[in-house]
Design a protein around this ligand. Structure first.
Ligand code: BDR
Ligand code: CA
Length: 343
């Protein structure tokens, strides 16, 4: 069993990652730590509680994290991708673009009413001390909480089993600029600080997540056979799929008459944990650009050159997923959730 803490800004694809982690027999999900990103921190935390409740996992801890990036001013939330409530406007009584209630009101009707008294960064540090070398941090939102935990406990990289990050892109075009992916653009300075630390750190970015698309047929199979988790994924994905059919490769597919589809980004980070051999890795020192026209870009030294500019000296190795057996990952994701709910 791999113990994980999932640092998340739920989020439609974050919900897919939560369902996959809960269902996988090799993963023990210790906690969700929440961060701003797809939505503000109130909704992110409320959504984490709600998703756990719906999935019958209210014993999983929730710790609230950062509401703002570590250095830069906040960017607008991605409500046009994930809905006004971050979950595709799924709360009872919601309409597209109109969440039923604000996060404070929604908190009153949840079973999972306890949010940990520690903030996300302290929760991560304390958990790492309690289980030295056992926990993998899986970060699927902006990297603010993880960087703050590392600031508070500089030994964190040696106290955890590893760090897996959904974010960034090397060859694939970005999803928020030609070179930047959303989680890295939301806090590029936090991401860059983490790549200066000596973890085993692996990036699962758009180079692979844009290859692993889910069609409406896949999502419908979860709705029919995946219990409450599958139904929540189906419902929350309606808004998200609609966004995808209006952008990028999924729009091109829709124009060709293919089924509506979407990326399962954050769930791919869970897939990396349970089937790393489905991914092809390239490794080298990595940096994230903090300003200018390339802000948020992941730069990876794939050649291993001994560059003399100071920005590239003494940087540890980061592993980046560059190719994936998409069908294997997709089937494992679907079957794991379905098997879990048919037990
Ligand atoms: C990432 O950004 C968020 O919108 C998604 O939840 C995912 O973590 C994809 O770029
Ligand atoms: Ca996310």
């Amino acid at each position: 069993m791999q113990k994980i803490i999932l640092d998340t800004d739920p989020g439609v694809d974050d919900t897919m990652a939560i369902a996959y982690a809960l269902a996988h027999p090799d993963i023990e999900l210790l906690a969700l730590t929440t961060v701003f990103g797809n939505i503000n921190i109130d909704f992110a935390t409320r959504n984490a509680q709600y998703v756990l409740d719906v999935m019958g996992a209210d014993s999983v801890a929730v710790a609230r994290g950062a509401s703002l990036p570590s250095v830069q001013s906040p960017l607008p939330h991605a409500d046009f991708v994930h809905g006004a409530d971050g979950l595709g406007d799924v709360y009872p009584g919601s309409q597209p673009g109109k969440p039923a209630a604000d996060a404070t009101q929604l908190r009153a009707d949840t079973r999972h009413s306890q949010v940990d008294s520690k903030d996300a960064a302290d929760f991560i540090v304390d958990a790492a001390h309690q289980h030295p070398g056992e926990i993998t941090l899986v970060a699927v939102g902006p990297l603010t909480n993880i960087a703050e935990a590392y600031r508070r406990e500089p030994e964190l990289p040696s106290l955890v089993a590893g760090l897996v990050i959904m974010g960034g892109t090397v060859d694939e075009p970005g999803n928020v600029s030609p070179v930047a992916e959303a989680n890295f653009l939301n806090d590029p300075h936090a991401a860059d600080r983490l790549f200066a630390a000596h973890w085993p750190a692996t990036v699962v970015g758009l180079d692979v997540t844009h290859r692993i698309m889910l069609t409406d047929s896949h999502l419908k199979s979860l709705d029919h056979n995946g219990g409450h988790s599958g139904s929540l994924i189906w419902q929350s994905s309606r808004f998200y799929v609609d966004f995808y059919t209006r952008s990028g490769a999924a729009r091109d597919a829709a124009d060709r008459g293919d089924e509506p589809q979407c990326a399962m980004h954050d769930a791919a980070a869970i897939a990396y944990l349970v089937m790393p051999d489905a991914f092809t890795i390239e490794s080298g020192p990595a940096r994230v650009i903090g300003e200018g026209i390339a802000i948020g870009q992941l730069a990876l030294d794939r050649k291993g050159y001994a560059y003399s500019v100071p920005h590239w000296q003494n940087r540890p190795t980061t592993h980046v997923c560059m190719a994936v057996d998409a069908e294997r990952v997709r089937q494992d994701f679907l079957q794991t959730i379905i098997n879990y709910h048919q037990k």
